[in-house]
Design a protein around this ligand. Structure first.
Ligand code: FES
Ligand code: MG
Length: 570
């Protein structure tokens, strides 16, 4: 913990530090502050509210509670805005803008004087972006999530975003549900502020922030609209005011391994793999790789019975004691000596949480799924790796061989997927190219290719799908994602053609394109002559953030961060 610096930090802008402080105080007094208020530790509060981000609609009340905590501990809160990203309101994808939000957070935290910063985020990309930025700024930081939404009710069934959004929409596509019913369920899927109420990306990242030690223990699961969420906010304010360690002191390889253990045990979002790689990539010397996820997964069972891998919702996980209940169960698999934000080790912090009988977190000895909910595949189709949520796929597809039906872009897929003349069977493999980080750009969640309508109507529920894109953490199915290198930079995925045979074997982690190596190279040579690096059928972008993104984004196995922002890159 460090000495207060208050408003004195970073006073170099006028050459005369005393004059700079005089001006700084003179200006902030314009907002009505007294010397008594200003002569204290300052806690910055990163405010990500936005009219375009309904998941963050409770931030005004959270800030009030955070400020109460900060002031009760004798420091001064100063909030400031940063970019806010919502999944449905960020074109072309929220992932495209994640690195921009990380840069904004890093630079705003660095620009203004603050002894510590509270990062308020929640919707999918916001927590990774805030952690990436805060690690690079290396200002003492603590993450506060907005909390999950509660569930709604549709004709007697509990519903929640967004696994049930997909389930109802798939039934609508299959002709089981009419327009009137789909409109009615649309009123109930998002019944409160907060993040999606299942184990999607937002909930996953909230749980991982707790496991990393950068959020207070017990802070991921309290619902966004409940009183405990406000007490978590008040506590976060107090902790920040009392003094926090820097991210570089909290985050170690052990904390990331703990986070991966939790990711596997919650059957978390595949997106979290990309985000954890990006977050870890900001920490000097950490060198986290895809292989760490597969290795840890092999000895970690799936214990938490939440959608989309299981059946319950985040509010149920909260009532079952949330992440601390899970961490107690996982004790033999965790590094209990990893540091947390309070300065205690994880083991010490856990000792304060009592366990009780509940039915959401299963015991280690009786898991929902024995091991490896999320796996890493390799083979000539994905030399730098691909990921698959094996816990959420139809078991008959775990070892599968079939013929490729290839779509060259998301637009091509949309134009043809429901064509009654499309040559496709339930054993076909739907291959979608050019939706990777460079390809689309921004790696959209289009990897969840819908089952062609004619097959859906015939009762087909799952098919093997392969792409270089992502899928929503709330989705499920035999969907191979994040194939690296991606098609748009000349990865082997670009060489796949209709009718090629592809083999998946979950057991051996193999993803194989059954085409001779010479032929693959010949096709890739043709591909290179045709288009070079860039988005299919379009000019490479030349201006603004899009050009920066196109030139500097890394592949999925490196977290899709910018090369010049990683710890190695600077
Ligand atoms: Fe914000 Fe799901 S859309 S968390
Ligand atoms: Mg999502």
């Amino acid at each position: 913990m460090e000495e207060p610096i208050g408003l004195n930090a970073g006073l170099t802008n006028y050459g005369d530090p005393e004059f700079a402080l005089f001006l700084r105080k003179a200006f902030i007094k314009g907002a009505g502050f007294s010397d008594d208020a200003l002569d204290r530790r300052v806690v910055g509060v990163a405010d990500t509210r936005s009219g375009y981000n309904p998941c963050h609609a409770n931030i005004p009340t959270l800030i009030e509670a955070v400020q109460r905590g900060i002031m009760l501990a004798g420091a001064l809160p100063i909030s400031f805005p940063t970019i806010s990203l919502h999944e449905s309101f960020a074109h072309p994808t929220s992932m495209f803008l994640r690195n921009l939000m990380a840069m904004d957070t890093e630079e705003m935290v660095r620009a203004a004087p603050m002894d510590a910063v509270i990062l308020i985020g929640g919707c999918d990309k916001t927590v990774p972006a805030q952690l990436m930025g805060a690690i690079s700024a290396d200002v003492p930081a603590i993450q506060l999530v907005v909390g999950p939404m509660v569930t709604g009710s549709h004709r007697g069934s509990r519903v929640g975003a967004c696994t049930d959004c997909r389930g109802y929409w798939a039934r609508h596509r299959a002709g089981e549900i009419d327009l009137e019913e789909i409109a009615a369920v649309g009123n109930e899927l998002v019944p409160s502020a907060g993040t999606c109420g299942v184990m999607g990306t937002a909930s996953t990242m909230a749980c991982l922030a707790e496991a990393l030690g950068i959020s207070p223990l017990g802070s991921a699961c309290p619902p966004a609209n409940g009183s405990q969420r406000l007490r978590v906010a008040e506590l976060t304010g107090k902790l920040a005011a009392q003094g926090l360690p820097r991210p570089s002191a909290v985050l170690s390889r052990k904390s990331f391994e703990n986070a991966i253990t939790v990711l596997q045990a919650i059957g978390g979002s595949t997106n979290a793999i990309v985000h954890l790689l990006a977050i870890a990539g900001r920490v000097p010397g950490l060198n986290l790789s895809l292989d760490d996820f597969d290795r840890i997964g092999r000895s970690t069972p799936l214990l938490v019975d939440l959608k989309p891998s299981g059946s319950a919702y985040m509010e149920d996980f909260y009532r079952a004691g949330g992440v601390p209940t899970l961490l107690h169960e996982l004790r033999p698999l965790l590094h209990l000596d990893a540091l947390t934000i309070t300065g205690q080790t994880l083991g010490e912090a856990l000792a304060a949480h009592k366990v009780f009988a509940q039915d959401i977190v299963r015991p280690l000895a009786d898991p929902l799924y024995s091991a490896a909910a999320l796996i890493v595949l390799r083979g000539n189709l994905a030399p730098s790796g691909a990921v698959l949520k094996a816990s959420a796929m139809a078991p008959h597809l775990r070892k599968h061989r079939g013929r490729a039906v290839v779509f060259s872009s998301a637009d091509d897929m949309l134009a043809r997927i429901d064509d009654p003349d499309l040559v496709v069977t339930k054993d076909s493999i739907l291959v979608l190219q050019n939706i990777g980080p460079v390809g689309h750009p921004g790696m959209p969640e289009a990897g969840y290719t819908p089952i062609p309508k004619k097959l859906a109507r015939a009762g087909v529920k799952d098919m093997l799908r392969i792409s270089d894109g992502r899928m929503s953490g709330t989705a499920s199915g035999a969907v191979v994602l994040h194939v690296a290198p991606e098609a748009a930079v000349g990865g082997p995925l670009a060489a796949v053609r209709d009718g090629d045979e592809i083999e998946l074997d979950v057991e051996t982690r193999r993803l194989h394109l059954d085409v001779e190596e010479g032929e693959i190279q010949r096709r890739l040579g043709e591909w290179a002559a045709r288009q070079g690096r860039g988005r299919v059928g379009r000019e490479r972008p030349r201006r603004g953030y899009e050009a920066l993104y196109d030139q500097r984004v890394l592949q999925a196995d490196r977290g899709a961060d910018f090369d010049f922002l990683t710890a190695e890159g600077n």
